[in-house]
Design a protein. Structure first.
Length: 258
């Protein structure tokens, strides 16, 4: 992985898969890292310059204090600055979608097209946020083995989680609190979604255990140029769990808009 240090001193790790095609930024889900995009790298690396970022507090990118998803959006823009990329398409799953939407609001001229999967434009429901906070404290107090199986079910559905559970089990308590706080305390952006004028595709699975399809419908309705694709049986992190269903839609969208 390569790294860049932002103007405010934040280290950001990323993988630039290279190539001469149009740039596409890949933003992973909560608890994941840039490697979750392996199915898309395999499918699209010949046609696009794929840049997968470890978001703050994930993978090899540290978190040294409280942050929000607006901060992460600025981190990603700093990566583009470092690579001298003026604009790119952005694909984000779940948390990556939260960051992608904020990138489009912060720097609309930098985002050429936007694809979000298993995501929401709304703030976290208070009861769900409280439950996630409780899960975090149980994780820290009793050990990750008490909750990682349930976490895997929410995030990955029936997909094999054996690659990810060991990574999750190594997340330090303070890092876990920081990334969870960013997730559950995020602000909503539905009221500003009308500002996002670039082409968009919103993909959502019917078996998403974190957000119902209604979240995707509300986001699509608030966006001026958005298409909704519902993936039958798709889990929350569906770009990984249901790549064979998702990739044709992403390929069609990217080829039409880049």
């Amino acid at each position: 992985m390569a790294t860049v240090t932002t103007g405010d001193g934040q280290l950001v790790s990323y993988v630039d898969h290279g190539g001469d095609g149009p740039a596409v930024v890949l933003l992973h889900s909560f608890l994941m890292d840039a490697s979750m995009w392996a199915p898309q790298v395999e499918a699209f690396a010949d046609a696009y310059r794929l840049i997968a970022v470890d978001e703050r507090g994930h993978g090899e990118t540290p978190a040294t204090g409280p942050f929000d998803h607006w901060d992460v959006a600025r981190d990603v823009l700093a990566v583009l600055d470092h690579l001298n990329i003026g604009s790119a398409a952005v694909i984000g799953t779940s948390q990556g979608g939260f960051v992608a939407l904020r990138m489009a609001l912060l720097a609309p001229e930098r985002v050429r097209a936007l694809a979000v999967l298993g995501t929401s434009g709304e703030a976290e429901d208070e009861q769900i946020a409280a439950a996630y906070d409780q899960l975090t404290e149980v994780w820290i107090a009793q050990g990750p083995e008490t909750v990682v199986e349930a976490t895997a079910k929410i995030c990955l559905g029936d997909h094999d989680a054996s690659e990810w559970i060991p990574k999750w089990s190594q997340v330090e308590p303070e890092r876990l609190r920081l990334i969870m706080n960013a997730l559950v305390s995020r602000d909503g952006v539905l009221d500003r979604a009308g500002e996002i004028a670039v082409p968009m595709i919103v993909l959502h699975g019917t078996a998403d255990l974190a957000y119902p399809v209604a979240k995707a419908e509300a986001l699509t309705a608030a966006l001026p140029k958005a298409e909704l694709v519902v993936v039958d049986g798709g889990a929350h992190f569906l770009s990984l769990t249901h790549a064979a269903d998702v990739n044709p839609h992403l390929e069609r969208f990217l080829s039409a808009n880049l």
